[in-house]
Write a new protein. Structure first.
Length: 207
């Protein structure tokens, strides 16, 4: 499904990512691990369609996502959801309003009853009307994951999803992310420097 071939990303004549290759089947899960500053986030942004590589190709369903503006827009809007390391929410809105906004931007819609049910499954039913600023780091990250999986992307990308969490919340979060991606049959790429989550993945690439 995803075929990354000969990817090179450079800034100021410095190679950040060099000749990176990756094949990912539908529903497959992979961890890319490496130290801070090795280019993990840049690589993920390139796969997400946010940063055009210096050379090489990012093919999804046998189409180069950077081939045209239309293919790039489709990839960003319909195919992929990126879970950022820092949670970008509309802070003036409630939790449930943030979820509704994400669905609207992806041309999807769920009833409030369905959203409340989803929040309950994530153990956050009592946070529906809370402001984002009132959530703990673990709660905010669960909302971040929920916001992505509700849109049912074919490709789910997670950037350092456990970096700011303690051991207990890190374990809960990575298990949640893996299980939810399986439920919607979404391929999952997680990048991290957090060695705690390495045992949860069968396929691991080290940068």
């Amino acid at each position: 499904m995803l075929d990354v071939t000969g990817l090179n990303i450079s800034f100021d004549q410095q190679d950040i990512i060099k000749d990176f290759n990756l094949k990912l089947a539908a529903g497959e899960q992979i961890l890319i691990i490496g130290p801070s500053g090795c280019g993990k986030t840049i690589l993920l942004h390139s796969i997400a369609g946010l940063l055009k590589p210096s050379s090489g190709a990012v093919n999804f369903a046998q189409q180069d996502i950077y081939q045209s503006a239309d293919s790039l827009l489709k990839h960003r809007k319909e195919t992929t959801k990126l879970i950022f390391q820092n949670n970008y929410f509309a802070k003036s809105l409630s939790v449930i309003a943030n979820l509704e906004l994400a669905l609207f931007l992806s041309d999807k819609k769920l009833t409030k009853t369905s959203l409340l049910k989803a929040l309950k499954e994530f153990g956050l039913e009592d946070k529906a009307d809370s402001k984002i600023s009132n959530l703990s780091s673990g709660e905010a990250q669960r909302i971040n994951i929920l916001r992505a999986v509700l849109c049912k992307p074919k490709l789910l990308l997670a950037d350092e999803p456990t970096a700011h969490l303690d051991d207990n919340n890190a374990e809960k979060t990575i298990k949640l992310l893996i299980n939810e991606s399986k439920k919607i049959n979404s391929s999952l790429i997680t990048v991290t420097h957090d060695a705690r989550i390495k045992p949860y993945f069968k396929k691991v690439i080290t940068l």
